[in-house]
Write a protein that binds this ligand. Structure first.
Ligand code: ADQ
Length: 508
């Protein structure tokens, strides 16, 4: 039976009343407090980021913190510990099966968000990204590294972490935290858990022989459990055992229930959708994405006065070795992987150049794409510029200076780049899929094409080039893109609704 904290409407915190979740399994008490959410993530852009998850992990808890006591849990990677400042050890978490013991540290971001850090040097004190070594190869102990994360989340939620705090609800993100809800279920603990899928294609699948090391009961190695085509799947565990699933756009929430986009999990996701336990909530972008204040820009501008775009375009041309002209400038800011349709952008490049356009590419990822891009730039000096690597300042100036952003992703759960581009007055040319379909209005604030083929992509590019030649139309579309609401407020309210529903379901 659900027993909730009683709300004291006259208390000093009554402004938070609307955020009170009916989800505590503890007895009624008369003290009003904000409900506590543990946001479990494998990256946060304050300290370490491999992609869009890092940005959402930094922004969403901040959008929710006015309503909840939100805290983050993250592995203590080398890059985190070198930047986070003072860490107070608050608990010792014991070893379990093949998962080593570790300490739980408590630290704070500069703006006061509490971050729990897993102090386990044998798992996290290394160079490289959260998931791969410096050669791009998966860490061979990723199963244990992220089982450690999931188990710690379950411990904190059940009151065995920080003695002064426990979580009323866990918000998990992607496969690295997927086991947390499973560990709770196997212990018989009914704590509401939300799993947000940022990308269904990354699933964390490991050999069956790892079961005992991960503390997974044999009985759970079943289609109704963690088993996925003969392997242990962390993502499937998260989907199967969590109270509620969200993903990062409405269109992607529908797409992943179909075999073409479901990555083998569409059956389970279809069942969750039919039970009313799968929702799509579009990401927002944070307030730093403002062309009138962004310190990375060479010149700042606004929807009302876009003249400053030109200086940013010049800066991009110089920095990418492009000829200084006034033709259309296209940008690609992307992880260089098949998902993002990099091959389509490479194939369309000559068409753009033949029409007087230029392209600046920045990205890193699969070596074959890196090599193809460098070869492409070599064939078109002055027209195509490529930087292999990751650079926040370059990316921001590219959004600010370009006229168009190419985003021919084959699938795109949400996509952040198209929203950054719109905010900075660059019109996205994108495949009508996932969050791209939900954030771009064709012919109004960007261009969409219906299938990820070169011909359809080239048609959309042609429409962009036609618009570029009609100054008034270009300016109107640019303005519409810049004014499109991109903030986190609406999405944060949707997460609040989902938290409420998950709590009711968990204790029904
Ligand atoms: N070389 C480079 N230099 C500088 N910046 C670079 C860069 N390469 C990429 N970026 C930046 O990295 C971010 C990528 O974010 P995305 O959301 O587009 O993709 P990602 O596929 O990683 O995220 C997954 O999770 C997010 C979050 O939910 C979903 O939006 C998305 O669809 C899903 O695939 C953007 O902010 C972009 O500007």
């Amino acid at each position: 039976m659900l027993e909730s904290y009683q709300l004291d409407a006259g208390s000093a915190v009554s402004t938070m009343a609307h955020a009170e979740l009916q989800c505590s399994s503890q007895p009624s008490i008369s003290v009003t407090r904000r409900q506590s959410i543990l946001f479990v993530t494998s990256e946060i852009s304050d300290y370490i980021k491999a992609g869009g998850l890092g940005e959402v992990s930094a922004a969403l808890p901040r959008a929710l913190r006015h309503h909840y006591d939100v805290r983050i849990l993250i592995p203590g990677y080398r890059q985190v510990l070198s930047q986070i400042g003072a860490v107070e050890e608050v608990a010792r978490l014991s070893a379990s099966y093949g998962i080593p013991a570790c300490s739980l540290g408590r630290a704070m971001t500069r703006d006061g968000l509490i971050v729990y850090v897993l102090l386990c040097p044998e798992l996290y004190d290394r160079d490289g990204s959260p998931y791969v070594d410096s050669f791009g190869v998966d860490w061979c102990d990723n199963d244990i590294r992220f089982a450690r994360l999931g188990l710690a989340a379950a411990d904190i939620a059940s009151g065995n972490g920080d003695p002064l705090w426990r979580a009323d609800l866990l918000h998990l993100n992607d496969w690295p935290s997927g086991l947390a809800s499973a560990y709770l279920a196997w212990r018989g603990q009914r704590i509401p858990t939300i799993l947000t899928i940022h990308n269904l294609a990354y699933q964390g699948n490991f050999e069956r022989s790892r079961l005992s090391h991960l503390g997974i009961p044999d009985a759970a190695f079943h289609i109704e459990g963690v088993e996925f085509y003969g392997k242990v799947s962390f993502l499937k565990a998260g989907i199967y055992y969590s109270s509620h699933i969200t993903t990062v756009s409405s269109t992607y929430a529908q797409e992943i229930t179909r075999p073409e986009f479901g990555c083998g999990l569409d059956g389970l996701l279809r069942a969750r959708a039919e039970e009313g336990r799968l929702d799509g909530i579009i990401n927002g972008i944070d307030e730093s994405w403002d062309p009138s204040t962004d310190p990375y820009l060479v010149s700042r501008f606004s929807a009302e006065n876009c003249r400053g775009k030109r200086a940013n375009a010049e800066s991009v041309r110089r920095s990418f070795g492009l000829a200084l002209n006034t033709g259309p400038l296209f940008a690609v800011v992307s992880r260089l992987v098949h998902q993002k349709g990099v091959d389509l952008a490479i194939s369309a490049a000559e068409t753009i150049v033949s029409q007087g356009g230029q392209i600046a590419f920045i990205g890193q990822g699969e070596p074959r794409f890196e090599a193809e891009l460098q070869a492409l730039a070599g064939r078109h000096p002055g027209s195509i510029g490529v930087k292999i690597g990751y650079d926040e300042g370059d990316a921001r100036r590219m959004y600010a200076g370009s006229d168009f952003l190419l985003m021919p992703s084959r699938f795109e759960p949400c996509g952040l780049s198209q929203m950054y581009a719109q905010r900075f007055g660059s019109l996205p040319i994108a495949h009508r899929t996932g969050g791209l379909a939900d954030t771009i209005e064709d012919g109004v604030n960007g261009f969409l094409f219906g299938e990820p083929s070169l011909n359809r992509f080239k048609d959309a590019i042609k429409r962009g080039l036609d618009t570029f030649r009609s100054r008034s139309r270009l300016i109107a579309m640019r303005r519409a893109a810049m004014k499109r609401p991109h903030g986190w407020d609406r999405s944060a309210s949707r997460y609040q609704e989902v938290y409420e529903r998950a709590c009711h379901a968990a204790f029904a």
